[in-house]
Design a protein around this ligand. Sequence first.
Ligand SMILES: [Zn+2]
Length: 238
Amino acid sequence: MKRLAILIVFTCLVLISTGCHALPGAVPPSSSPQSPSAEPAPPALATEASVVRVIDGDTIEVDIAGNLYRVRYIGIDTPETVHPTRGEELYGKEASAKNKELVEGKEVHLEKDISDTDKYGRLLCYVWVGDLLVNAELVRLGYAQVATYPPDVKYQDLFLQLQREAREAGRGLWATTRPAQPITQGTYVGSIQSDKYHYPDCYWAQQIKPENLIWFSSAKEALDMGYVPCKVCGPPDQ
Ligand SMILES: [Zn+2]
């Protein structure tokens, strides 16, 4: 039964994953490691697409050879324009507007990482406009936060570095979400250098340098600040 379920999921993934692939017969992209500080070059092999519509700060609709696909940017999260339960999130509109400015109506190159699609069937891609990696630009300008979902981590080091710079400069959403006073204790803990929150006794929580600690009194508080639950210690996600 379990094997059957896996087979069905795999078959579905194969069926829906046509967008970010290089063309049939093409040589697979090289997997040379990306050094964190180097400016990445656009991939030699990527799928060309035109952006039909910008849905929000990290989701677009594209036309690939006459077919429409939804594309979710890899490695980042922007505030949702209208959240189902929280209403309009801080900075959602601005992130959406910046994304429009960067890609709307343009020809883009889509680069995939390991996964083809997310659980909603959207293509997971790095989006390039010429030499500009849009995922990175949104982080650099403070319109997006880094959200790492292994195994799709090709540009994670670059994204984290740009996020640190944006946070230090107080750009975009970092101008408003930083707490006025550091909190010194709470139920969950995170690092200002990452986007995970943990139980305080988690191995990874204990690796955080004291000056980088940030405490949350509830999971909601952590989530509201853009943190996501650690997959190792598994704190509640609501
Ligand atoms: Zn943890």
